[in-house]
Design a binder for this molecule. Structure first.
Ligand code: BES
Ligand code: ZN
Length: 846
C-alpha cells in the first residue's frame, strides 16, 4: 500500500512564485503561489502538502480544481474535470492562514522594548515538515525547486527572505512590495521569510558574500561577535569543501521566540537570541562558545544539508551529525585555546549515557511519519553521530577524510543523497573499508566495551569486545552485536598502532615490548575501555610518564564511572582515579571529575554518606582552586578562567564549602552593583551558589535581574539560577514562575528540566508538571516536551521513578516516546545503584 505520508511522484515541482502578505496585528496571512510542475504521467488529481491552511482557489493550467484536505497527513488533493499532462503545467493557488503561537510554520514572535512597548514579528520555522503550514507545496526534501518570494509588508517593517532583494515598491497605502531574487534549487524545509520591526547591521563583505546580523533594534549592539565567527566560518568552509558559498548573501537573524537553537534556512539563518547575540567583554567563555558553535553549525549546513540534502528524513541524523562535526572543527580553528575537541569529548558523555540503555536506538532508522522524524533530534543524532564521524576522521586521517568530502560535495551539489554515498566517497578517497565500518556504528544501537589485557611478557595486547549496558538486557538479543572498532594504541615506549577490531577478540602483537598501553589513544573512539587489573595498576602507577592527554584523562574517569554504574567496578576504583587526577589543571578534565563527584554527592543525599561525599569534594577541589586562585591574573588565558568557574561551581554546590559560599555571596553583591566587576566565567557559579543559600531577599534580587536582564544570556542564567534554591517555599515559587506566562514558551521547558533535576525540589517540580500537563502540552513547542522530562534522569529515588513511569504510561507523548523511555530507564539505573551500592558508600568514602 502506498505510504499516506508520501506524495505521489506523478507531478513534480520545479519553480515556485510565492506572494505573501502577513497581517501582524490580526495574526493572519494571505498568499498566492504559482508552481511550475512537470506532469510525469497524465492525471486528473494533483496531490501536494497543505496543513492548517484555507485554500480559496485552485487552478491547474487555468482550469479550476476541486480541493479536498487531509489534515492527518497534511495533504491537499486538487481534482480536475479532465486529466492534465504529461508535460509542463502550472498550479495556481490562493490561500489564507493564521500566524500561530506554536513556533512552527508561519508564526508570531513578540518582544518588548525598554519602554515596555510590545512589538510583533512574523517568522517561519519549517523543518521538518511545516512549510506546508505556510504555503501549499511539495514538502519533501528530495523535491527540490527554486523559490521566488515576494512579501507585501507595512512600510516601516524590515522584510527578509532567503535571497537578496531585487526591488521594493511603495504601494502608497502604507504598504510596500518587496521582491526577492529566486533561490537556488533547494528543499522546501529551507525556505524562510521574516517581517518585523528589526534592525540590520551593515553588511560585512566576506570574499564577495554580504554577511549581516538582524535583531531587535535594542540588541543589535550584541552582533559583532557573531559577525566575526560567521565571517571566519564562511571562509573556512569554502576552503574545506572546495566549493564557494552557495547562497548570494547571508543574514543571521535573532528571533525572540524560537523552538530550537537555530535553523539553517539558506541565506537566512534564524536563531534564538542566546545562540547569536553576545556582549563579548561581559560574556562567559561558555556563552561565546555557544554562539560560535551554533553560527558555525548552521553555516556548515549551507553546504552540507542545503546544497547537498538527504533524500528522506531517515538521513536527518547525518545532516545534523556532520554539521556538528564541522561546527567543532570551525570553532576549534576560530579559537584554538578553547580546545573544542576536548570539551566535545567530555560532552559526549550524554550520548554514552543514553547509548548504555536498553532503550537506546540505532543512529539511523526508517522514518515514515513526521512524528518519527521529530524523534531523531536527540543526543544520539548530534553527539553520538558527531563522535563516530570524528572517530572515523581520526582513524583514516584528516586529509583523506576531507578529500572524500570534496568528492561527495562535487558529485551531489543541488541533489539528494543516502548516507552510504558519503561513506563510499570517503572509502574512494582513503582506500579504507569505510562503509562496512560505519554501518556497524549507525545501524545498531549501543557501543562496545573493549577489555584490554597485556601479556605477562609485555609483547602483545589482547582486545575483547562486548556490548556495554548499565542494566542487564531484559530481552536477550538473538543477534549479539559486533562492531568494527577503530582502535588506536599507544604504548609505554611511545609507539602508536592502529588496528580494526572487527572480531570479538583479537591479540595484537606490539612493535616493541611495553610496560603498559593506552587503548583508545586520543580518546576519539566511541567506546569504553576496561583495563585488566594488572594493566590498570601499571598505567596508574606511571601516570605522569604516560602523559595522557586531557581527553584521555577524562576517558579514564568516565569509563570508570560508567563501569561503577553498571556494577562492574567498585566505588573505590572511581575514587582512586579521581584522587589520581586531582592534581590536574585542565578545565575539561575538571568538568569530568566534577560530574563524577556531583553524582556521588547526589546519591549520598540525605544518607550518612552525604557529609563524607561533600568532604571528598573539598579534599580534592580546594587545592585545585588554591592553585588557580580567585582573582584573574593578567594574561592568564581562557582556560584558566574556565577552570576557576568549574571549581567554584563544584565547591559552592556539591562541595558545600562555607568559604567558597561566603566569597560567592560577596561577589554576588559586587555583580548587582556592577556587572563588569565579576569575571564573566564566575557569574553563573556565583548565581547558583547564592541561589542555594536560599535567602529570600537574594531570591528577589535574582528574580529582579531576570525581569530586567541586560542580555539574552543573563535572562536565562538568572531564570535557571532560581532552581538552585533549597528552601521548599522558594522552590515552589520558582516552579510557579516557570509555568507562568512571564516565561517565554521557548525557555520554560529548559527551565523546568533544570527544576526537575533538583535534589531537594525535583519531586515537587514533578508534581507541578503532572498537574499542569495539559497546559504544558498545549503551550510549549512539541519538540520540547521530552527534553523537559529529561531533567528527571538525574533523580535516583525508586519511588519517583515508579511514579513517573506510571504517569507517562497514562500520558504518552508520541513525538518523544523514545526519549521518555530513556529517561525512565536512567532513573532505574540510578535507583539500582542507590539500593545495591548505596549502603557501601560510607565505607568507601571513609
Ligand atoms: N536543523 C536544525 C534545527 C532543527 C532541529 C529543526 C530539529 C527542526 C527540528 C539545526 O541545524 C540545529 O541543529 N540546531 C541545533 C543547534 C545546533 C548548534 C546543534 C538546535 O536547534 O538545537
Ligand atoms: Zn543542524
Amino acid at each position: 500500500m502506498a505510504d499516506p505520508y508520501r506524495l505521489p511522484t506523478t507531478v513534480v515541482p520545479s519553480t515556485y512564485a510565492l506572494v505573501l502578505e502577513p497581517d501582524l496585528e490580526a495574526a493572519t496571512f494571505a498568499g498566492e503561489v504559482s508552481i511550475q510542475v512537470e506532469v510525469v504521467e497524465a492525471t486528473s488529481e494533483v496531490v501536494l502538502n497543505a496543513l492548517d491552511l484555507q485554500l480559496d482557489t485552485a487552478e491547474v493550467d487555468g482550469r479550476p480544481a476541486e480541493v479536498t484536505l487531509d489534515a492527518e497527513h497534511g495533504r491537499a488533493t486538487l481534482r480536475l474535470a479532465e486529466p492534465v499532462g504529461p508535460g509542463p503545467a502550472e498550479v495556481h493557488l490562493r490561500f489564507r492562514g493564521t500566524l500561530n503561537d506554536k513556533l512552527r510554520g508561519f508564526y508570531r514572535s513578540t518582544f518588548k522594548d525598554s519602554t515596555g512597548t510590545e512589538h510583533t514579528i512574523a517568522t517561519t520555522q519549517f523543518e521538518s515538515t511545516d512549510a506546508r503550514r505556510a504555503f501549499p507545496c511539495w514538502d519533501e526534501p528530495a523535491l527540490k525547486a527554486t523559490f521566488a518570494v515576494t512579501l507585501v509588508v507595512p512600510d516601516d517593517l524590515l522584510a527578509v527572505s532567503n535571497a537578496a532583494v531585487v526591488s521594493e515598491t511603495t504601494l502608497g497605502d502604507g504598504r510596500r512590495r518587496v521582491v526577492f531574487e529566486p533561490t537556488m534549487k533547494m528543499s522546501t524545509y529551507l525556505v524562510a521569510f521574516i517581517v518585523g520591526p528589526l534592525a540590520a547591521t551593515d553588511a560585512v563583505d566576506v570574499d564577495g558574500v554580504p554577511l549581516r546580523v538582524i535583531a531587535p533594534p535594542e540588541r543589535i549592539a550584541l552582533a559583532p561577535f557573531a559577525l566575526e565567527a560567521g565571517a571566519f566560518a564562511l571562509r573556512a568552509y569554502s576552503d574545506f569543501f572546495g566549493i564557494p558559498y552557495p547562497g548570494g548573501k547571508l543574514d543571521l537573524v535573532a528571533i525572540p521566540d524560537f523552538a530550537f537553537g537555530a535553523m539553517e534556512n539558506l541565506g537566512c539563518v534564524t536563531f534564538r537570541e542566546t545562540a547569536l547575540l553576545a556582549d563579548e567583554p561581559l560574556a562567559s567563555r561558555a556563552e561565546l562558545q555557544r554562539v560560535a558553535d551554533v553560527v558555525n553549525h548552521e553555516i556548515a549546513h549551507m553546504w552540507f544539508g542545503d546544497l547537498v540534502t538527504m533524500k528522506w528524513w531517515n538521513g536527518i541524523w547525518l545532516n545534523e551529525a556532520f554539521a556538528t562535526f564541522m561546527e567543532l572543527k570551525a570553532t576549534d580553528a576560530f579559537r584554538p585555546e578553547w580546545d573544542r575537541w576536548t570539551s566535545f569529548g567530555v560532552e559526549r558523555a550524554a550520548a554514552f549515557a543514553v547509548d548504555s540503555l536498553a532503550a537506546t536506538r540505532p543512529i539511523e532508522f526508517p522514518v515514515v511519519s513526521p512524528a518519527e522524524a521529530e524523534g531523531m533530534f536527540d543526543v544520539l543524532t548530534y553527539q553520538k553521530g558527531c563522535a563516530v564521524m570524528r572517530m572515523l576522521e581520526q582513524y583514516v586521517g584528516e586529509d583523506g577524510f576531507r578529500d572524500g568530502l570534496r568528492l561527495y560535495m562535487a558529485a551531489h551539489a543541488y541533489g539528494n543523497t543516502e548516507t552510504s554515498d558519503l561513506w563510499d566517497a570517503i572509502e574512494q578517497a582513503t582506500g579504507q573499508p569505510v562503509r562496512a565500518t560505519m554501518d556497524s556504528w549507525i545501524l545498531q544501537g549501543g557501543f562496545p566495551l573493549v577489555t584490554a589485557t597485556l601479556s605477562a611478557d609485555g609483547v602483545a595486547v589482547t582486545l575483547d569486545q562486548e556490548s556495554f549496558r548499565f542494566l542487564p538486557d531484559r530481552v536477550v538479543e538473538e543477534h549479539v552485536p559486533l562492531w568494527s572498532v577503530p582502535v588506536v594504541l599507544r604504548t609505554s615506549t611511545g609507539d602508536v598502532q592502529r588496528v580494526l577490531l572487527d572480531q570479538r577478540s583479537r591479540t595484537v602483537p606490539l612493535d616493541t615490548k611495553a610496560d603498559w598501553v593506552v587503548v583508545n589513544a586520543g580518546a576519539s573512539g566511541f567506546y569504553r575501555v576496561r583495563y585488566a587489573p594488572a594493566l590498570l595498576a601499571a598505567l596508574l602507577g606511571d601516570l605522569a610518564a604516560a602523559k595522557l592527554t586531557p581527553l584521555e584523562r577524562h576517558a579514564l574517569a568516565s569509563d570508570t564511572h560508567a563501569a561503577m554504574l553498571a556494577g562492574m567496578a567498585p566505588v573505590a576504583d572511581l575514587l582512586e582515579v579521581i584522587r589520581a587526577l586531582a592534581g590536574d589543571d585542565d578545565p575539561d578534565v575538571w568538568t569530568s571529575l566534577a560530574s563524577c563527584l556531583a553524582f556521588l554527592v547526589r546519591v549520598a543525599h540525605g544518607t550518612e554518606a552525604e557529609d563524607l561525599a561533600t568532604a571528598l569534594v573539598r579534599e580534592v577541589a580546594r587545592p585545585a582552586l588554591g592553585r588557580v586562585g580567585w582573582d584573574p591574573v593578567e594574561g592568564e588565558g581562557a582556560r584558566t578562567a574556565t577552570l576557576r568557574g568549574v571549581l567554584v561551581a563544584l565547591l559552592g554546590g556539591p562541595g558545600q564549602d562555607p568559604e567558597v559560599r561566603a566569597r560567592a555571596k560577596a561577589l554576588f553583591e559586587c555583580w548587582l552593583a556592577d556587572r563588569a566587576s565579576v569575571p564573566p566565567d564566575l557569574v553563573d557559579p556565583v548565581l547558583h551558589t547564592t541561589g542555594r543559600l536560599s535567602d529570600p531577599a537574594d531570591y528577589d534580587r535574582i528574580l529582579q535581574r531576570f525581569r530586567s536582564a541586560a542580555t539574552p544570556q543573563e535572562e536565562v542564567s538568572t531564570l535557571v539560577a532560581l532552581s538552585s534554591v533549597e528552601d521548599p517555599a522558594l522552590f515552589a515559587r520558582t516552579v510557579e514562575l516557570y509555568l507562568s506566562s512571564e516565561v517565554r514558551t521557548q525557555n520554560a521547558p529548559q527551565a523546568l528540566a533544570v527544576a526537575l533535576r533538583s535534589v531537594v525540589g525535583g519531586a515537587l517540580a514533578w508534581e507541578s508538571v503532572t498537574q499542569h500537563w495539559a497546559e504544558i502540552n498545549e503551550r510549549y513547542p512539541s519538540n520540547s516536551i521530552s527534553r523537559l522530562l529529561s531533567g528527571l534522569a538525574a533523580q535516583a529515588s525508586p519511588a519517583l521513578a515508579a511514579d513517573a513511569r506510571a504517569f507517562l504510561i497514562d500520558h504518552p507523548i508520541p513525538q518523544g516516546a523514545k526519549q521518555v523511555a530513556q529517561t525512565l530507564e536512567t532513573m532505574d539505573v540510578n535507583a539500582r545503584f542507590l539500593t545495591e551500592v548505596g549502603s557501601t558508600l560510607p565505607d568507601a568514602l571513609r
